[in-house]
Design a protein around this ligand. Structure first.
Ligand code: NAD
Ligand code: UD1
Length: 348
């Protein structure tokens, strides 16, 4: 009886492995290593004293996925595998639809064939598009602004249709806000390839001297200091939300049982927004380093302000994020200092 974690060698997936192993689950990781290194799983074993069964596999290879589900008697799936770079998705949409949507269809077909009907899906706050009202509640209209976001929304729809066709499916759709931070040990963390797209990895690389200056994308937004505001959430809080969702699917409360005809769709955020300037200052405090910045034009597709309503996560999952901004910055810095070249350090 195991949990299959697709994309489990990646940033969020590797942290999820730690949390699930510590909670007593057996974990099988399925990953094609297209954006990760198996070294993360060696670190997971080091951290937990328990090993992860690793299967190098692509979710688009349905027959292989079926073999893995049967071999390890998997009972549920936490599905992180996917491509996540917004700009890349605009340049090469077919690759994104094939991997994220096509791949998920193959995974779900394999699960159906093996009678494995419990899944947690990594969705994103990006499905909401430009906020019409804040905080963003789960019933806010959806209107993604790019193929990456569309691919997430398409998978959400596929999952809803599957649930309608067969109520035995137990499905959680978790919409992440801005995951950041690292495990407090500094053994696992975010290891972006090339120039980071996201704010926190970029700030940390400026602080460590790997990059010269952070471009702040716009200082003329209608926010307190003019820079963009986001809801940053510590990655360990985020994966603890997955554990809660897993418990809710396996042993649904009366409230959830009364509502078994629907997928469980929940935001995972903190409910608090911080501006780019606030993030820079918090990181400077945590690292005791200066972070050079320059003002640049707004980035296409960016909103002024995005933060979650956390009411549903609290009501339905009994989960709230406990770690604050200083933990996020401190743990990111600890990871960067211990692994200046990411996982490559130990690969050589
Ligand atoms: P990541 O790139 O570190 O992890 C994704 C993993 O999936 C990688 O290990 C990659 O090798 C693997 N993978 C990709 N395509 C695959 C395929 N076809 N078959 C097998 N493995 C495959 O990314 P992450 O930040 O850990 O994100 C995990 C999930 O959460 C993704 O689905 C992402 O879209 C979603 N998400 C991430 C964020 C974020 O800011 N990090 C925000 C919202 C949602
Ligand atoms: C971006 C994606 C979103 C995705 C999310 C998590 C876009 C338009 N949106 O969201 O779809 O779900 O990442 O992967 O790409 N910033 C800078 N300088 C930088 C980087 C970022 O000023 O070098 C600013 C941004 O303008 C924004 C904030 O920092 O105000 C956070 O940016 P980022 O980390 O990329 O997250 P999102 O914009 O929320």
């Amino acid at each position: 009886m195991s949990v299959l974690v697709t994309g489990g060698a990646g940033y969020i997936g590797s942290h999820c492995c730690v949390t699930f192993l510590e909670a007593g689950h057996d974990v099988v990781v399925l990953d094609n290593l297209s954006n990760s290194s198996a070294e993360s799983l060696t670190r997971v074993a080091e951290l937990t004293g328990r090993s992860v069964h690793f299967e190098q596999c692509d979710i688009r290879d349905r027959a292989h996925v079926e073999t893995i589900l049967r071999k390890h008697s998997c009972e549920s799936v936490v599905h992180f595998a996917g491509l996540k770079a917004v700009g890349e998705s605009v340049e090469d949409p077919l690759r994104y639809y094939e991997n994220n949507v096509g791949g998920t269809v193959q995974l779900l077909s394999a699960m159906q064939a093996c009678n494995v009907k419990t899944i947690i899906f990594s969705s994103s706050a990006t499905v909401y598009g430009e906020p019409q009202s804040l905080p963003l509640r789960e019933d806010h209209p959806t209107a993604p602004l790019n193929p990456y976001g569309e691919s997430k929304l398409m998978v959400e729809q596929i999952l809803k249709d599957l649930k309608t066709s067969d109520p035995e499916w137990r499905i959680a759709i978790l919409r992440y806000f801005n995951p950041t931070g690292a495990h407090a040990s500094g053994l696992i963390g975010e290891d972006p390839r090339g120039v980071p797209n996201n704010l926190m990895p970029f700030i940390s690389q400026v602080a460590s001297g790997r990059r010269e200056v952070l471009s702040i994308f716009g200082d003329d937004y209608p926010t307190e200091d003019g820079t963009g505001v986001r809801d940053y959430i510590h990655v360990v809080d985020l994966v603890e939300g997955h554990l809660k969702a897993h418990e809710a699917l396996i042993k649904p409360s009366e409230q959830l049982q009364a509502n078994t005809s629907e997928c469980l769709t929940v935001n995972l955020g903190t409910g608090t927004g911080y501006s780019v300037q606030e993030m820079v200052r918090a990181f400077e405090r945590a690292s005791n380093r200066a972070v050079a910045t320059q003002i640049a034009p707004r980035r296409a597709g960016d909103s002024a302000e995005v933060y979650a309503s956390t009411q549903k996560a609290s009501d339905v999952l009994d989960w709230t994020a406990g770690r604050g901004l200083q933990d996020m910055c401190h743990d990111t810095w600890n990871w960067v200092c211990k692994n200046p070249k990411g996982y490559d350090d130990s690969a050589e």
